[in-house]
Design a protein around this ligand. Sequence first.
Ligand code: GAL
Length: 721
Amino acid sequence: MNTKCKLGQSRSLLLVGLLFLFCLNGYAQNTLISDMDHLKWEKMMPGIWKASFGEMGLNPIDYTNLPNKEAIEELGDLPFPFDKEATYSLLTPTRASIRLPLNETEQIYGLGLEFEGMNRRSNVYSLKVDHYGGTKGYTHAPVPFYISSKGYGVLINSSQRVKIYVGVGNRKDSNLPEVIDRTTGKNWAARPISDAIEASVEGGGMEIYVFTGETNLEVVQRYNLFFGGGIIPPKWGLGFWHRVHTTSSDEDVLKEIQEFENNNFPLDVIGLEPGWQSFAYPCSYDWDSTRFPSPGNFVRTLNEKGIKVNLWENPYVAPSSTMYEDIRPYTGSHTVWLGEVPDYTIPEARQVLLNHHEKNHLNLGVSGYKIDEVDGYDVWLWPDHATFPSGTDAVEMRQVYGMMMQDMFDDYFKEKNTRTYSLIRSAYIGSSNHNFVLYSDYYDHQGYVTAMASASLAGLLWTPEIRSADSAEEWVRRFQTVAFSPLMMLNAWSSGKKPWSFPEVTDMVRNTIELRMKLLPYLYTAFYDYNQKGIPPFRAMVLESGYNDQVTSKNGVIDDVKNPYAEDKRLEVTDQYMMGPSILVAPIFTGQKDRKIVLPKGDWFDFYSGEYAGNGETITIQTKLEEIPLFVKDGAIIPMLTSISKEEKEKSLEVRHYGSKANTFLLYNDDGVSYDYEKGEFSLTELSVEKTKNGKLSGNSKALNSNKFTYDTITWKFMTK
Ligand code: GAL
């Protein structure tokens, strides 16, 4: 029985009848809420609504891209997903708050980048851009967007820090559960079940967006498409990245590149850390003339070898910088590491930075940046009471700073018709259409895998970069994870490590990198689906159909209705995720001799052997040091390069098929570097597997629009015998 109905039980038949109707109607009866106003919803697009109240400050959506209306229309329409009458707003002199309905069994996912879990029910979060830390909601990308298992998502659009109570807290005028005496009552709960999600921000108002979907994935798709869909990185961005030690000179870098060749390791991007600059922390953004006396020649030499250059920087301007005098009129009241903090809401400030960077880096052929410290700790960054010349509130500035930087550089690269793939340490609302990948100093391997999955719930990409390891085993395990992530990078800025630093596992490391690189056609197409349909290329399992997300605690299945042990930690499956349409990745952590894998419904097969693995069940596998476990759906078609050598790469494909299902795969390809694909410059090839009369499988390929970016030869491999 619904515990809410216990309130107001009466002997009067009439009242019982009324109460019955009350319960049937559920949330529609929430009109009891006394001091709050109803939210007024306006339909924006099919399956997307908006409500707003009060006055907003800095609007985060100003730093996102425009919706892909056509793709949203193609997803179709659905009714508003919950009772509009149960949605409220309240403005007090200091805060703007909302109250939205929450069903007893509803699970809530998202709220940005997380390292420990994805199910957010029964907790309170302070969503603040920060280094990842103990406080719930302090993270590099605290995106105020949540997904409900009932098929909708809610975005709270504000640049203020959102404080959100997810099914915690009970208004006295709401549908209260039964009050239980702790001494005698079995189901007493420290956090009595609540029928609402409530959230608030400091200041004058907010916007709320609702996105519907038949599935969790469709909700995320609508959210991503609302901000223009996902990015398609340049192909080099999906190759191997190596960040050299911070004190490296041009000669050191050239030596390392030679070592990559000698050791037969691919290399697509060299990342330079703070020491490329004449001054860092705060930054000069000017080349150090002793380590890099001839930056133009240096970048050209690398580019001629097919290697891109990525530069580290943070936003804080050193007095010795050649752009210092020009930027000073546009900086805030406080310094960070004694460097000036530019107010990039001001167009002139953006122009100062872009002019400097164009002249000193981009015109030389630099491919992008790693923008550090846009998240910060309070003890490092500007205080909440700092002032900025545009009048922008300091708290809002911090929340959106990373997005401003992304938007500024993205616009620049787009104007030049060149794609970048860059790194950044903070993001916020609507970042799927920005060419940046998040990273962190937090170095927990399991946390990194969870972060990769949780990123997909908020329009983010995450790299579980490898820096160093305590053993050869850890080295290979971390390499395996990063090879199955949006950005495969060894960040040796402090360790000085090379991929072959643990000789006993060098071949394994090389094989892992090669496997990832061979999967490029599959992965690149997954990014095309991100771009066109908003489907994240790396996804949490809760976005996968047929996946049963049963939330348990150490005391068993959590029952949110009775909720007796709500203080228990929710145990979720956070150590596996999906890559592209049909590969399930289950990384191994140091010391694991076996591990469990939860397979969604449907037949699944082992990627390496093609053998049947299970269906809708939890399997246990024995680990092998040389392999990251990968499982593939029935009917999966996986196009792979046969060679990763720079000359051979784009010529021939091996197309694998798993299981027994007939299927098709739409393979995408383009020039890999420009935005010409937006003008129709790309090729789509239909790869299809049919069952012939004698029951055998046969594979066919057909170029659908143009032959410009197709492969010379395609060989089929049927993996399941
Ligand atoms: C850190 C960053 C590292 C590295 C280092 C250089 O803030 O997370 O990846 O770039 O700075 O000083």
